[in-house]
Design a protein around this ligand. Structure first.
Ligand code: 6PG
Length: 264
């Protein structure tokens, strides 16, 4: 069954009936972009998100049909953000992706670029990763041009590790910054808004009833990016897609269809 699909402004919204279908939609988008780039002999440069939502996506990608159709050797993996913990820490975004996906598919380890969090300070990790992005990702408009960015959404409107009212929201030069986020009492390392907005495809994957209010606020609410940092995400010339389950999309007003408009 095809997912519900509509646009709100420039944002494409795809709604899956349940979490399994929603995750399959995201895995399908990932696979389609990877296969298209591979058919053009191009590497796909991906930035993965963290938190709990991507776990199901990683499991889906590591299973049939996706595990057999994704050109894994044509993908370079990066991260949109990381907690300042070592890879084997349960909070490590890299650690989750390694456990549920990268250890199960034939991605050459040399194509996996972990944010070196936990090795030293978060500031050192950010400075190192800035150099990594400059060296390993094609530069366009002065910023790394990622082919696919997967983002999650916190109930407070943060995305990656861009948290409300933080100075990092206004970074317009550096690719990667470190921030001590009082809200989570921890150092974080995150890519910055201009990098996310330079991507060819940015996809938010959000599920669950608890996220319905913030999904509506980000997509259709008044513009207040300092309070709702996910509103900063507006690709310059790339595509923005929200892949939601029915629960997370439950407070979104669907735009009137042409027929409804014709019916008045
Ligand atoms: C992180 C993520 C963060 C996450 C949201 C949603 O490192 O935590 O990058 O931005 O995507 O907090 O997290 P859940 O998927 O766990 O709700």
């Amino acid at each position: 069954m095809l997912p519900e699909r509509f646009y709100i402004g420039d944002a494409e919204v795809l709604v899956g009936a349940d979490v399994d279908e929603t995750v399959r939609i995201a895995a399908g988008q990932f696979a389609a972009i990877a296969r298209k780039l591979s058919s053009e002999d191009r590497m796909m440069h991906v930035a993965l998100s963290g938190g709990s939502t991507p776990r199901r996506l990683f499991q889906s990608l590591a299973s049939e049909p996706f595990v057999g159709i994704v050109p894994w050797r044509s993908i370079c993996f990066f991260w949109g953000d990381e907690r300042n913990v070592p890879p084997n820490h349960h909070d490590s975004n890299f650690g989750v992706a390694r456990e549920l996906l990268l250890s199960l598919v034939p991605v050459p380890p040399s194509n996996v670029y972990r944010i070196p969090a936990g090795d030293g300070t978060a500031i050192e990790a950010a400075e190192f990763y800035e150099r990594t992005l400059r060296q390993k990702v094609p530069i366009m408009n002065g910023f790394p041009r990622l082919d696919f960015v997967m983002l999650g959404l916190g109930a407070n409107g943060h995305t990656a590790s861009l948290f409300p009212h933080r100075p990092t929201l206004h970074e317009r030069e550096r690719f990667v910054v470190a921030d001590h986020v009082e809200e989570v009492h921890a150092w974080r390392v995150t890519l910055t808004t201009p990098v996310f907005n330079n991507a060819a495809q940015v996809t938010f994957l959000v599920t669950g009833e608890d996220k319905a209010p913030v999904v509506e606020q980000v997509i259709a609410g008044p513009r207040d990016a300092d309070s709702v940092p996910a509103q900063l995400i507006a690709p310059i010339d790339g595509r923005l897609t929200w892949i939601l389950d029915t629960a997370a999309a439950s407070q979104l007003n669907r735009p009137a269809t042409a027929q409804q408009r014709a019916n008045g």
